[in-house]
Write a protein of this length. Structure first.
Lengths: 155, 712
């Protein structure tokens, strides 16, 4: 009844039942509370994490399905806000209530991994699964472009 | 309805109504905040804590729910205390009388009041402590205090003498708080009015910001609560045998609002809840649906008691008779849910007759008092701590989820985190009430209005929440009902109707209904007169310079009257709300009934600003929030059950639907206005007017869905 996986670079074994959503394993069993619960139905994106580099909604991902895979949460970006996306989020003062921002950052990180120069349409397509009830979209878009520019320079 | 209703009224008794705010007397339980030393932290007054390691903590008496008070409140204190805003820490205040919001009469975060309430009070708070620190240094150094000054966290004296605030804090905290202090001339402000980076952003980009859902206590267990599908219904009986046999389940307990499953994890609690079998007494609410809400509201508009919103001017009846043309219209704004992204939750720990409450609330004093009332505890035995709020919008003014957590913790004798599902949240809200606005205007031969009557019929939230006496004008229903336009004969009335819905304050409250109606109607009058809606409004604003100025600024910035891309049209709207004067121009296109908002231009005059960047953020936020309501959202009921359950059937604007937003802020020395809400209300008529310009179709019942536009 246990699942072994790699979370943020560390091998972990989760005891939760195999059908438990990855979200609750991450939050309640592993104690990584940056990943948020918003809808429980893959509609809002607050729970977005990466599984083998792909953005997934962890509220709809049974933990058994990530056995042997690499999971990355918002905590993996950096603790000291040194990731280009975190820096850009701070520069543009993106968050308001902040509740959705872990999911926004992880969707943005997945986008920039494969596209270092996203157009407005690319950003819309990658980010439309993430709701921000505070309406920080204009700043998210500006921050993604800013971070992309930084990442292009440093590559 | 449930226990919290009565408890809340016990602690909050309406005593006076004043324009623009509700003043309430209350018996405040709990802590006294005064100069006292707690360990090595000194509190010269309620706003400033200084540790002798020179850590300075400034207190925000308002909850941070995205609107930026975690930064703007300390900015006001720091301006007079003369400390670097980047070097301070922030705490959210516990419930206490000193932290009451004078504009609302209670310790409440809402009504776009935080800056308006704190503008002078917080600067005085900072200045008091600055003066106490100077006096402490003068005493220690035996020099005339006039020779000393406080700068950047240090008191400086003659011959290079200096001491940090931390070094002086112990002595300063024993001094009397000065009653009169000099405040800076605003032209000398170093922090207030500047674009200061939010102090909460770093924690909100690496997952460390603590929201209610993140609270952890030793030995904590998790609860999921089954409530009656009809709000107000009660438990007749329940069978928990199956649920109790599920993995991780610790207990199943009945509380006032339903049956709670308590387990060793949230997921275990939610899964076991699905195995519960509850028989409900659904109560009177089971007969309710949205059509009945509208029908009974319309009937009340015809026969209910009429309360004048303001004194009528001239003689409306005679002026209508003498008018060249009479225009009538009726506007309907539907019920709405708040749907903040963090579902309702609270953590409670009941032990030895005392309770600790930790979570997201906009109403510290209410939560504290209601739990004391519901559990029969002495006020001093209730401790409340406020986390970050994952959105508020008015939903977290309510106390249902706080009382529930407290009752569950008491029942199981353990620390409990209660967390609702999204479906619980959507179907057990305190909904924005339906609004019915009926307007009539008499126009002269040139098409200009000579008479206007406006009747607002809706439900009073203040009656439910704060016991406002019946047949008394509820100021939170009459906001922006009176427009700025020069019309000789006017009458504005309110009819209060209890539809049976459980209603709550929703971002911008009645501005939403009243601005939609007024500003749609102005466009209808202009169209009837064959005039440009911008020029038509401007002609009626000769003695209203603040209105006229924002209207012109928005129109100019949006390119009013200039050629537009094919298929695009502009709509304009104007309003004062929360002492803020605002105009918006929406640029839209409509294809197959689907409205695309390309750009929204906003001009706002909100007097003096604390943090202009936050002002812009709040305007951006309000526009997206208002667009969701104006274009997409509506709460409907069947047999008393709310039919919207999640973000699929209660959609919100997403990034690809979010418009370009251009903002013009008017430099102003007027007193500060509120900015958390007005743009939410005003964007809706701006869009409705643009849709009418684009399609020739006037939608008078929101939301502006393809179906509504086709049917218009």
């Amino acid at each position: 009844m246990s699942t072994t996986m790699n979370v943020n670079g560390k091998a972990v074994t989760a005891r939760s039942e195999p059908d438990t959503p990855l979200l609750w394993v991450i939050r309640d069993e592993l104690g990584l509370s940056g990943t948020k619960f918003g809808c429980g139905a893959a509609l809002c994106g607050a729970c977005t994490v990466h599984v083998n580099g792909q953005p997934v909604r962890s509220c709809q991902t049974p933990v058994a399905s990530v056995a042997g895979k690499k999971v990355a949460t918002v905590e993996s970006l950096s603790k000291n806000n040194s990731h280009p996306l975190q820096k850009a989020w701070i520069k543009h003062d993106v968050p308001q209530c902040g509740y959705c921002q872990s999911g926004q950052l992880m969707s943005a990180a997945a986008l920039l991994t494969k596209n270092k120069n996203p157009s407005d349409a690319d950003i819309d397509a990658a980010m439309s699964g993430n709701i921000c009830r505070c309406g920080t979209y204009p700043r998210i878009k500006a921050a993604i472009k800013d971070a992309a520019a930084t990442m292009r320079k440093t590559v | 309805m449930s226990t919290n209703q009565t408890s809340r009224r016990d602690f909050l008794k309406t005593t006076t109504l004043a324009t623009g705010g509700l003043l309430m007397g209350f018996a405040l339980p709990g802590a006294k905040i005064e100069a006292q030393a707690a360990g090595t932290v000194y509190t010269p007054n309620a706003w400033v804590h200084i540790a002798d390691d020179n850590t300075i903590t400034l207190i925000s008496a308002r909850s941070e729910m995205g609107q930026g008070v975690y930064t703007s409140m300390p900015m006001l204190i720091a301006e007079e205390l003369n400390v670097d805003i980047k070097q301070i820490k922030v705490d959210i205040a516990p419930p206490a009388a000193v932290y009451v919001n004078a504009l609302l009469g209670a310790q409440i975060t809402g009504g776009s009041t935080s800056v308006r309430d704190g503008w002078e009070k917080l600067r005085v708070g900072g200045a008091q402590v600055r003066e106490m620190l100077i006096t402490a240094a003068a005493n220690q150094w035996a020099v005339d205090r006039d020779l000393l000054k406080a700068e950047n966290g240090m008191v400086l004296g003659p011959k290079g003498r200096k001491a940090t605030y931390g070094e002086l804090a112990a002595a300063a905290a024993t001094l009397p708080v000065p009653e009169k202090v000099a405040l800076k001339d605003p032209k000398d402000f170093k922090i207030v009015g500047k674009r200061v980076k939010r102090l909460d952003t770093p924690a909100k980009v690496n997952g460390t910001a603590e929201f209610g859902i993140d609270v952890k206590l030793p030995g904590m267990v998790y609860a999921s609560l089954e409530q009656c599908p009809v709000i107000g219904g009660t438990v007749k009986s329940f069978d928990a045998a199956k649920a109790k046999g599920m993995p991780g389940v610790i207990d199943v307990v009945q509380i006032s609002d339903g049956v709670a499953v308590v387990a060793d994890s949230y997921w275990h609690a939610v899964k076991a809840r699905q195995a519960l079998s509850v028989v409900w007494d659904e109560g009177a609410g089971a007969a309710l649906d949205h059509n009945k809400v509208l029908a009974s509201t319309r009937a009340a508009a015809d026969s209910g008691k009429v309360l004048p919103i303001v004194k009528p001017t001239g003689n409306v009846a005679d002026a209508m008779k003498g008018a060249a043309k009479v225009i009538k219209a009726e506007y309907i704004t539907p019920m709405q849910a708040h749907a903040p992204l963090e579902p309702m939750n609270f953590t409670a720990s009941f032990e030895n007759g005392k309770i600790l409450l930790i979570g997201p609330t906009q109403f510290q004093q209410g939560a504290h008092g209601a739990v004391a009332g519901a559990l029969g505890l002495k006020p001093e035995d209730v401790t409340l701590k406020t986390t970050f709020l994952g959105g508020g919008f008015g939903r977290r003014l309510e106390l249902d989820f706080v009382i529930q957590a407290a009752q569950i913790s008491k029942a199981v004798g353990k620390p409990v985190k209660l967390l609702w599902t999204r479906e619980d949240d959507m179907t057990h809200d305190y909904y924005r009430p339906l609004g019915l606005n009926q307007l009539q205007a008499g126009l002269d031969a040139k098409g200009m209005p000579v008479a206007l009557s406006h009747k607002v019929t809706s439900q009073s939230i203040t009656q439910r929440a704060f016991g406002l006496p019946k047949e008394t004008l509820d100021p939170f229903m009459a906001e922006a009902a009176v427009g700025p336009y020069a019309i000789a004969n006017t009458q504005h009335d309110l009819v209060i109707h209890d539809s049976g819905m459980r209603v709550g304050y929703w971002r911008a409250v009645s501005h939403n209904m009243n601005a939609f109606a007024n500003e749609s109607f102005m466009d209808e009058l202009a169209a009837s007169a064959g005039k440009d809606p911008y020029q038509y409004r401007m002609a009626l604003l000769k003695d209203k310079p603040r209105f006229a100025r924002v209207l012109k600024l928005a129109a100019d910035k949006a390119g009013w009257g200039k050629p537009l891309p094919k298929g695009r049209a502009l709509g304009i709207a104007l309003m004062e709300g929360y002492d803020t004067y605002m105009a918006q121009v929406a640029e839209v296109s409509v294809k197959d009934g689907v409205v695309k908002v390309h750009r929204v231009t906003v001009a706002a005059d909100l007097g003096r600003m604390v943090n202009p960047d936050t002002v812009e953020a709040q305007i951006q936020s309000s526009i997206v929030f208002g667009m969701s309501a104006g274009l997409m959202q509506e709460i409907t009921l069947d047999k008393g059950r709310v039919q919207q359950t999640n973000y699929n059937n209660y959609p919100v604007v997403r990034m690809h639907e979010s418009p370009k937003i251009d903002i013009v802020l008017v430099p102003s020395k007027e007193k500060p206005g509120g900015i958390g809400e007005p743009a939410t209300a005003l964007v809706v008529p701006a869009i409705a007017n643009a849709v009418a310009a684009a399609t020739g179709k006037r939608v008078r019942k929101l939301p502006l869905t393809p179906e509504a536009i086709r049917a218009a």
